[in-house]
Design a protein around this ligand. Structure first.
Ligand SMILES: NS(=O)(=O)/N=C1/NCCO1
Ligand SMILES: [Zn+2]
Length: 262
């Protein structure tokens, strides 16, 4: 036994149900979006994003992704409209990506995967007094999903990719001020929306998903910088590249995906 190999097995999505039974719940995310099955809802207003006064504070590696956090003490940066009854406050954004190649997104569109997916996480501060309280409420969170596909470089992403070397290891964080996520949005705000969950443990079924149909383009070089991040902390001997940090699509279980467009 003493000479057992030190192979750390990362508990992947397929074993999360053991610690988080909700993993097999009725409104889990991500899902495969089938555009032909989506129901156009003419009652769905456009979504409106107010990020101009947003205050980014830091960028960090939490061992699952790279996260940019925002000051969420007031409604200076919110998403509203669309399927949302209230304004939801921007708390953080992060990404999911693959290894080399075109997989890496969490949601898929008619089975198509993208190289990455950006999640802008917001919480319902009109009804709840903290992110933690909102995170366990069925209408507590709203996550805006943006697909990234490999083509030309996206200028607005460079401030992030040029900072990644400072958060290489799990548990590292560094100041990251004056970043406005408007520069990471596509020209169209056409979206699909459905009731879902966090895609990472604890997988709470508290997310109204708003997934934009139009991807943004990023370069292979920019994606390569995400893959220089590590899952491990500097103290650990293991050096495992941070990639394929996406959960695969989950059963729809009778949910309807609504489209904001015909
Ligand atoms: N991938 S996700 O559903 O946005 N997951 C989380 N976890 C904390 C905030 O957003
Ligand atoms: Zn995410």
């Amino acid at each position: 036994i003493a000479d057992m190999p030190h192979v750390a097995v990362l508990p992947g999505p397929s074993s999360w149900y053991k610690d988080y039974p909700i993993a097999e719940g009725a409104r889990q995310s991500p899902i495969n979006i089938a555009p032909e099955e989506a129901v156009y809802d003419h009652g769905l207003p456009p979504i409106s994003l107010h990020y101009d006064n947003c205050t980014s504070t830091n960028i960090s590696n939490n061992g699952h992704s790279v996260v940019v956090e925002f000051d969420d003490v007031d409604d200076r940066s919110v998403i509203q409209g669309g399927p949302l009854e209230n304004a939801y406050r921007l708390k953080q954004f992060h990404f999911h990506w693959g290894g080399k190649g075109c997989h890496g997104s969490e949601h898929t569109v008619a089975g198509k995967t993208y190289t990455s997916e950006l999640h802008l996480v917001h919480w319902n501060a009109a009804k709840y007094s903290s992110f933690a309280e909102a995170a366990v409420a069925p209408d507590g969170l709203a996550v805006l999903g943006v697909f990234l596909e490999v083509r030309d470089e996206r200028g607005g992403l460079n401030k992030i990719t040029d900072s990644l070397y400072m958060v290489k290891f799990k548990g590292t964080v560094t100041d990251f001020r004056d970043f406005n996520p408007n520069c990471l949005l596509p020209s169209s705000l056409k979206y699909w929306t459905y009731p879902g969950s966090l895609t990472t443990p604890p997988l709470y079924e508290s997310v109204t998903w708003i997934v934009l149909t139009e991807p943004i383009c990023v370069s292979e070089k920019q994606m390569g910088k995400f893959r220089t991040l590590l899952f491990n902390s500097e103290e650990e001997e293991q050096r495992t590249r941070m990639e394929n940090n996406f959960r695969p699509p989950q059963p729809l279980k009778g949910r309807t995906v609504r489209a904001s467009f015909k």
